[in-house]
Design a protein around this ligand. Structure first.
Ligand SMILES: NC(=O)c1ccc[n+]([C@@H]2O[C@H](COP(=O)([O-])OP(=O)(O)OC[C@H]3O[C@@H](n4cnc5c(N)ncnc54)[C@H](OP(=O)(O)O)[C@@H]3O)[C@@H](O)[C@H]2O)c1
Length: 315
């Protein structure tokens, strides 16, 4: 691929694209890019690189990773590390990069969940894979019922104090634990920047459970993962299951999920969207961004064309 120079028009949409993350100094793009799928060692590196370039060239400054994204585990971070060296190094200060630890990553008792031992070691590994000195945001990827919350949260505080992350976040924590985390971190002057949860037109749990409201009232940002329900909330599956789609490739999106009732609902939403002159994906993303307290939607993409289409949601 030719030498990379970022597009001079990448901040053209600034006025509508960026939004403050809770009560913090950080602005995040309303559309952020996640590297869970399509950036692993099994994927075509040049295509992954092209999607990352496209994202940055269009103002998507926030990239979201986790230690175990791939497959294999760790390889999405390696892909980003390579792109950092090949393309993005001059733009490091224009990027807001997050990673996480919380799910199984390596063998033995210290490669999973929420211990200080795991979080500290995992972030050091992530930094090496991504070829970074620090991440902008480090998350506890999930709530650990067996580790004292104080231990997990103090590890996050100490990671910031050590300069390895600028901000901290939590993902998939239940309401009471989230309330505790907000207070604990506030008292240590490392306020919780953001909560990452699944919120989309098919899964409204963070609203129903009060997480979104708590975040909003507490000045904590909220970023929605799988905002398109892994592709269900697009036109991808309206006329069958296309070869190469996530449903044919991954066990995370199972055929059984696409019930006749769901298909009927998606078709109705699609018709409503088309009547408004939008695609179903645009409508689904706009619906999330309209909810009070939502900072950003964290989309996935297997092509630049998908990302281009999804960006129209904020146009
Ligand atoms: N915190 C957590 O526990 C957690 C969990 C899950 C995800 N996440 C984060 O959220 C990010 C996004 O998750 P996700 O990939 O599930 O998000 P998503 O945006 O709901 O789904 C993305 C997939 O939908 C399809 N798609 C996207 N735009 C499309 C369009 N315009 N038309 C047709 N199909 C389209 C593509 O699948 P095809 O392959 O079929 O093209 C794409 O890979 C992840 O990368 C990760 O950073 C976090």
């Amino acid at each position: 691929m030719e030498q990379y120079t970022a597009s001079p028009t990448r901040y053209e949409q600034s006025a509508t694209l960026y939004q403050r993350c809770g009560r913090s100094g950080v602005l995040l793009p309303k559309i952020s890019l996640g590297l869970w799928h399509n950036f692993g060692g099994i994927d075509d590196y040049q295509r992954s690189r092209e999607i990352l370039r496209y994202a940055f060239d269009h103002g998507i400054t926030h990239l979201d990773l986790a230690n175990n994204y791939g497959p294999p585990y760790g390889s999405a971070e390696q892909t980003l590390g390579r792109v950092m060296d090949e393309d993005f190094r001059p733009y490091r200060d224009e990027l807001f990069i997050s990673t996480k630890a919380g799910y199984d990553m390596w063998d033995g008792p210290y490669g999973n969940w929420g211990s200080r031992k795991y979080l500290m070691a995992s972030l050091d590994q992530s930094l090496r894979r991504m070829r970074l000195d620090y991440v902008d945001l480090f998350y506890s990827h999930r709530y650990d019922p067996d580790t004292p919350l104080e231990e997990t949260l103090q590890a996050l505080v100490d990671i910031v104090r050590a300069g390895k992350a600028l901000y901290v976040g939590i993902s998939r924590w239940p309401l009471d634990a989230t309330r505790f985390a907000i207070q604990y971190l506030k008292e240590r002057d490392v306020p919780l920047l953001i909560y990452q949860g699944r919120l989309n037109m098919l899964d409204r749990a963070p609203m129903d459970e009060g997480i979104l409201q708590l975040c909003h009232e507490s000045g904590v940002g909220f970023i929605s993962f799988s905002p398109l329900a892994q592709g269900l909330l697009t036109d991808r599956y309206l006329n069958g299951i296309p070869e190469g789609s996530r449903m044919t490739r991954e066990h995370f999106l199972k055929h059984e999920m696409l019930t006749p009732q769901l298909l009927q609902q998606l078709q109705a939403w699609n018709a409503e969207a088309l009547a408004e002159g939008r695609t179903l994906a645009e409508r689904a993303l706009r619906w999330i961004l309209q909810q009070q307290g939502v900072t950003s939607v964290l989309v996935g993409a297997s092509s630049t064309a998908q990302l281009a289409r999804n960006m129209r949601a904020v146009g």
